[in-house]
Design a protein around this ligand. Structure first.
Ligand SMILES: [Zn+2]
Length: 169
């Protein structure tokens, strides 16, 4: 779901990238929110299309992915992606958009830190343990190299990357 962030993010400083395994936050058609793990997005799509995912609250099978938290859903204004030209010469609106995007990333970071376990350099190893069922599925985040990510992708282990923005005040 992180990769659904569609903001161009011109940060003043080069951000540190972390990587995480994703728990899908889902919504039923009655807007009940719940979390579920899937092997990858294709598995989610197949199960959702087949009605195999039921809302734990009402049993509804009309399930869709949500953003990680309702609080980070951007306003409709913020969802307008500025053109490259607009970024080159930021307007007040674009500057506002960037502030909204930064705020969204801070919220995501807070949620990840609250809900997921930090595994540091062991990310790839821990991701494999979860993927292959050696440990109970849980959200993790940590650092990984480009080589790690390529190897994980080859094994069909889906991970996301987000800019790890400073939390500020
Ligand atoms: Zn429901």
């Amino acid at each position: 779901m992180i990769d659904r962030l569609r903001y161009p993010l011109p940060f003043p400083d080069e951000p540190t990238y972390l990587i995480l395994m994703i728990v899908y936050s889902l919504l039923c058609s009655a807007e009940h929110g719940f979390d579920a793990w899937f092997r990858n997005s294709a598995a989610f799509d197949a199960q959702a299309a087949g009605g195999a995912i039921a809302c734990p609250i009402c049993g509804d099978t009309g399930i869709r992915k949500a953003l990680m938290a309702p609080a980070i859903r951007p306003s409709s204004k913020a969802a307008v992606t500025p053109t490259a030209e607009a970024i080159a010469t930021p307007t007040a609106e674009v500057a506002d958009h960037q502030a909204v995007a930064m705020q969204a990333l801070r919220e995501i970071r807070r949620k990840i830190e609250a809900d997921c376990d930090y595994v540091g350099d062991n990310f790839a190893e821990e991701a494999r343990k979860i993927h292959y069922g050696e440990v109970e599925a849980h959200g993790i985040y940590g650092e990984s190299s480009e080589a790690d990510r390529e190897a994980l992708a080859e094994e069909g282990i889906e991970v996301g990357r987000i800019p790890w923005v400073p939390l500020g005040n």
